[in-house]
Design a protein around this ligand. Sequence first.
Ligand code: 13P
Length: 252
Amino acid sequence: MARKMLIAGNWKMNGLMADGVALATEIKTAVKSKKRTCEFLVCPPFTLLTSVKKALRGVKVALGAQDCHFNEKGAHTGDVSPLMLVDAGCSYVILGHSERRADHGESNELVCQKAEAANKAGLKTVICIGETLEQRDAGKTIDVCSKQVMGSVPEGATAQNTVIAYEPVWAIGTGKTPTAQDVEDVHAAVRKVLAKKLGKAQANKMRILYGGSVKPSNAKEFLSLPDVDGALIGGASLKSVDFMAIADNAGC
Ligand code: 13P
Protein backbone atom coordinates (compact mmCIF):
# COMPACT_ATOMS: atom_id res chain seq x y z
CA MET A 1 0.00 0.00 0.00
CA ALA A 2 1.56 3.19 -1.14
CA ARG A 3 1.17 6.06 1.26
CA LYS A 4 1.55 9.42 -0.43
CA MET A 5 4.19 11.53 1.30
CA LEU A 6 2.80 14.67 2.98
CA ILE A 7 5.04 17.73 3.35
CA ALA A 8 3.27 20.05 5.79
CA GLY A 9 4.22 23.49 7.05
CA ASN A 10 2.99 24.68 10.43
CA TRP A 11 3.52 28.42 10.38
CA LYS A 12 2.44 28.71 14.03
CA MET A 13 1.89 32.34 15.20
CA ASN A 14 4.02 33.86 12.47
CA GLY A 15 3.38 36.20 9.59
CA LEU A 16 1.49 39.37 8.83
CA MET A 17 -0.60 39.56 5.68
CA ALA A 18 2.20 40.58 3.30
CA ASP A 19 4.59 37.92 4.64
CA GLY A 20 2.03 35.15 4.39
CA VAL A 21 0.98 36.03 0.87
CA ALA A 22 4.61 36.33 -0.26
CA LEU A 23 5.51 32.96 1.28
CA ALA A 24 2.49 31.26 -0.28
CA THR A 25 3.26 32.80 -3.66
CA GLU A 26 6.85 31.53 -3.53
CA ILE A 27 5.66 28.05 -2.55
CA LYS A 28 3.18 28.08 -5.42
CA THR A 29 5.92 28.89 -7.94
CA ALA A 30 8.26 26.23 -6.54
CA VAL A 31 5.60 23.50 -6.41
CA LYS A 32 4.66 24.24 -10.00
CA SER A 33 8.27 24.22 -11.21
CA LYS A 34 8.46 20.43 -11.52
CA LYS A 35 6.44 17.25 -11.30
CA ARG A 36 5.76 16.46 -7.64
CA THR A 37 5.00 13.10 -6.11
CA CYS A 38 4.10 14.31 -2.61
CA GLU A 39 1.17 16.23 -1.24
CA PHE A 40 1.81 19.72 0.15
CA LEU A 41 -0.01 21.40 3.03
CA VAL A 42 0.44 24.81 4.61
CA CYS A 43 -1.13 25.80 7.92
CA PRO A 44 -1.01 29.59 8.43
CA PRO A 45 -2.55 31.45 11.38
CA PHE A 46 -6.33 32.00 11.17
CA THR A 47 -5.92 35.61 10.03
CA LEU A 48 -4.07 34.56 6.87
CA LEU A 49 -6.21 31.62 5.77
CA THR A 50 -8.32 33.33 3.13
CA SER A 51 -5.50 35.36 1.61
CA VAL A 52 -3.15 32.38 1.50
CA LYS A 53 -5.94 30.37 -0.10
CA LYS A 54 -6.21 33.04 -2.79
CA ALA A 55 -2.44 33.15 -3.30
CA LEU A 56 -2.36 29.37 -3.79
CA ARG A 57 -5.10 29.31 -6.40
CA GLY A 58 -4.23 27.03 -9.31
CA VAL A 59 -1.69 24.86 -7.51
CA LYS A 60 -2.09 21.66 -5.52
CA VAL A 61 -1.20 22.86 -2.03
CA ALA A 62 -3.76 22.11 0.65
CA LEU A 63 -4.70 24.68 3.28
CA GLY A 64 -4.98 23.83 6.96
CA ALA A 65 -5.63 25.59 10.23
CA GLN A 66 -3.79 25.00 13.49
CA ASP A 67 -6.75 24.32 15.79
CA CYS A 68 -10.54 24.37 15.95
CA HIS A 69 -13.38 24.14 18.45
CA PHE A 70 -15.58 21.05 18.63
CA ASN A 71 -18.83 22.96 18.30
CA GLU A 72 -20.32 24.17 15.04
CA LYS A 73 -21.11 27.64 16.35
CA GLY A 74 -22.19 29.50 19.43
CA ALA A 75 -20.95 31.34 22.49
CA HIS A 76 -17.26 30.43 22.42
CA THR A 77 -15.39 33.72 22.37
CA GLY A 78 -12.12 33.54 20.50
CA ASP A 79 -12.74 30.10 19.02
CA VAL A 80 -13.17 29.03 15.41
CA SER A 81 -15.39 26.13 14.33
CA PRO A 82 -14.57 23.37 11.83
CA LEU A 83 -17.29 24.65 9.49
CA MET A 84 -15.74 28.10 9.52
CA LEU A 85 -12.44 26.55 8.48
CA VAL A 86 -14.09 24.71 5.61
CA ASP A 87 -15.75 27.98 4.65
CA ALA A 88 -12.32 29.68 4.63
CA GLY A 89 -11.00 27.06 2.21
CA CYS A 90 -9.32 24.62 4.60
CA SER A 91 -9.23 20.90 4.01
CA TYR A 92 -7.01 20.11 7.01
CA VAL A 93 -6.66 21.10 10.64
CA ILE A 94 -3.76 20.39 13.01
CA LEU A 95 -5.02 19.21 16.40
CA GLY A 96 -3.34 18.52 19.73
CA HIS A 97 -0.04 20.16 18.90
CA SER A 98 2.21 20.03 21.96
CA GLU A 99 2.15 23.83 22.12
CA ARG A 100 -1.64 23.71 22.48
CA ARG A 101 -1.46 20.83 24.94
CA ALA A 102 1.03 22.90 27.00
CA ASP A 103 -0.30 26.44 26.54
CA HIS A 104 -4.00 25.61 26.68
CA GLY A 105 -4.04 22.42 28.73
CA GLU A 106 -5.55 20.38 25.90
CA SER A 107 -6.17 16.78 26.93
CA ASN A 108 -6.38 13.68 24.75
CA GLU A 109 -10.16 13.70 25.33
CA LEU A 110 -10.49 17.27 24.06
CA VAL A 111 -8.29 16.58 21.03
CA CYS A 112 -10.45 13.55 20.25
CA GLN A 113 -13.63 15.60 20.52
CA LYS A 114 -12.19 18.24 18.20
CA ALA A 115 -11.06 15.58 15.73
CA GLU A 116 -14.54 14.05 15.60
CA ALA A 117 -16.09 17.44 14.93
CA ALA A 118 -13.48 18.30 12.32
CA ASN A 119 -14.03 15.01 10.47
CA LYS A 120 -17.78 15.53 10.63
CA ALA A 121 -17.34 18.91 8.94
CA GLY A 122 -15.27 17.26 6.21
CA LEU A 123 -11.81 18.27 7.43
CA LYS A 124 -8.84 15.96 7.57
CA THR A 125 -6.97 16.11 10.85
CA VAL A 126 -3.28 16.06 11.65
CA ILE A 127 -3.26 14.75 15.22
CA CYS A 128 -0.03 15.49 17.07
CA ILE A 129 1.59 13.32 19.70
CA GLY A 130 5.02 13.29 21.31
CA GLU A 131 6.91 12.87 24.55
CA THR A 132 8.68 15.45 26.72
CA LEU A 133 12.38 15.13 27.50
CA GLU A 134 11.55 14.00 31.02
CA GLN A 135 9.32 11.23 29.68
CA ARG A 136 11.97 10.22 27.19
CA ASP A 137 14.69 10.08 29.85
CA ALA A 138 12.38 7.91 31.94
CA GLY A 139 12.09 5.47 29.02
CA LYS A 140 8.39 6.22 28.57
CA THR A 141 8.37 7.47 24.96
CA ILE A 142 6.43 4.60 23.41
CA ASP A 143 4.07 4.35 26.36
CA VAL A 144 3.26 8.09 26.26
CA CYS A 145 2.80 8.15 22.49
CA SER A 146 0.62 5.03 22.55
CA LYS A 147 -1.65 6.55 25.18
CA GLN A 148 -1.90 9.77 23.18
CA VAL A 149 -2.90 7.82 20.07
CA MET A 150 -5.45 5.73 21.98
CA GLY A 151 -6.95 8.84 23.62
CA SER A 152 -6.73 11.46 20.86
CA VAL A 153 -7.69 9.53 17.74
CA PRO A 154 -11.45 9.12 17.34
CA GLU A 155 -13.09 5.73 16.71
CA GLY A 156 -14.24 6.90 13.29
CA ALA A 157 -10.76 7.85 12.12
CA THR A 158 -9.68 6.49 8.75
CA ALA A 159 -6.54 6.75 6.67
CA GLN A 160 -8.54 9.12 4.49
CA ASN A 161 -9.49 11.62 7.19
CA THR A 162 -6.62 11.35 9.67
CA VAL A 163 -2.87 11.87 9.71
CA ILE A 164 -0.71 11.35 12.80
CA ALA A 165 2.29 13.58 13.50
CA TYR A 166 4.97 12.36 15.90
CA GLU A 167 6.71 15.40 17.33
CA PRO A 168 9.01 14.83 20.31
CA VAL A 169 8.42 17.98 22.40
CA TRP A 170 12.14 18.39 23.11
CA ALA A 171 12.95 18.37 19.38
CA ILE A 172 10.59 21.22 18.48
CA GLY A 173 12.44 24.40 17.61
CA THR A 174 15.61 23.23 19.37
CA GLY A 175 17.69 21.88 16.50
CA LYS A 176 17.85 18.58 18.40
CA THR A 177 16.45 15.45 16.82
CA PRO A 178 16.07 11.81 17.76
CA THR A 179 18.12 9.30 15.79
CA ALA A 180 16.55 7.86 12.67
CA GLN A 181 16.24 4.52 14.47
CA ASP A 182 14.38 6.16 17.38
CA VAL A 183 11.96 7.78 14.96
CA GLU A 184 11.35 4.55 13.08
CA ASP A 185 10.79 2.67 16.36
CA VAL A 186 8.17 5.16 17.54
CA HIS A 187 6.42 5.28 14.17
CA ALA A 188 6.29 1.49 13.96
CA ALA A 189 4.91 1.34 17.51
CA VAL A 190 2.31 4.00 16.69
CA ARG A 191 1.22 2.02 13.65
CA LYS A 192 0.74 -1.03 15.86
CA VAL A 193 -1.45 0.96 18.25
CA LEU A 194 -3.43 2.30 15.30
CA ALA A 195 -3.94 -1.28 14.11
CA LYS A 196 -5.29 -2.22 17.51
CA LYS A 197 -7.61 0.77 17.54
CA LEU A 198 -8.73 1.04 13.92
CA GLY A 199 -7.83 -2.27 12.33
CA LYS A 200 -4.80 -3.27 10.32
CA ALA A 201 -6.10 -2.05 6.98
CA GLN A 202 -6.56 1.55 8.15
CA ALA A 203 -3.33 1.50 10.14
CA ASN A 204 -1.31 0.38 7.14
CA LYS A 205 -2.75 3.15 5.00
CA MET A 206 -2.59 5.96 7.59
CA ARG A 207 0.20 8.48 7.24
CA ILE A 208 2.48 9.14 10.19
CA LEU A 209 4.56 12.31 9.87
CA TYR A 210 7.71 13.18 11.77
CA GLY A 211 8.09 16.71 13.16
CA GLY A 212 10.75 18.44 15.24
CA SER A 213 13.67 20.41 13.80
CA VAL A 214 13.19 19.01 10.29
CA LYS A 215 15.41 20.89 7.86
CA PRO A 216 16.81 20.35 4.37
CA SER A 217 19.93 18.63 5.72
CA ASN A 218 18.11 15.94 7.73
CA ALA A 219 15.00 15.53 5.55
CA LYS A 220 16.28 12.58 3.58
CA GLU A 221 17.38 10.67 6.67
CA PHE A 222 13.94 10.87 8.27
CA LEU A 223 11.74 10.78 5.20
CA SER A 224 13.32 7.64 3.79
CA LEU A 225 12.37 5.60 6.88
CA PRO A 226 9.76 2.92 6.11
CA ASP A 227 7.13 4.17 8.58
CA VAL A 228 7.68 7.90 8.05
CA ASP A 229 5.19 9.28 5.56
CA GLY A 230 6.08 12.94 5.56
CA ALA A 231 7.06 15.82 7.77
CA LEU A 232 5.35 18.48 9.87
CA ILE A 233 7.70 21.43 9.65
CA GLY A 234 7.76 24.51 11.86
CA GLY A 235 10.66 26.95 11.55
CA ALA A 236 11.92 25.74 8.19
CA SER A 237 8.44 26.08 6.66
CA LEU A 238 8.66 29.86 7.03
CA LYS A 239 11.32 30.05 4.32
CA SER A 240 10.07 28.80 0.97
CA VAL A 241 13.58 27.75 -0.06
CA ASP A 242 13.99 25.52 3.00
CA PHE A 243 10.44 24.17 2.86
CA MET A 244 10.84 23.19 -0.78
CA ALA A 245 14.38 21.84 -0.22
CA ILE A 246 12.95 19.44 2.34
CA ALA A 247 10.59 18.07 -0.32
CA ASP A 248 13.36 18.02 -2.92
CA ASN A 249 15.80 16.23 -0.61
CA ALA A 250 13.14 13.69 0.24
CA GLY A 251 12.86 13.01 -3.47
CA CYS A 252 9.33 14.31 -3.84
P1 13P B 1 10.21 23.02 14.22
O1 13P B 1 10.31 22.46 12.83
O2 13P B 1 10.41 24.50 14.28
O3 13P B 1 11.06 22.26 15.19
O4 13P B 1 8.68 22.80 14.70
C1 13P B 1 8.10 21.57 14.57
C2 13P B 1 6.65 21.69 14.85
O5 13P B 1 6.26 21.95 15.96
C3 13P B 1 5.74 21.54 13.73
O6 13P B 1 4.42 21.42 14.15
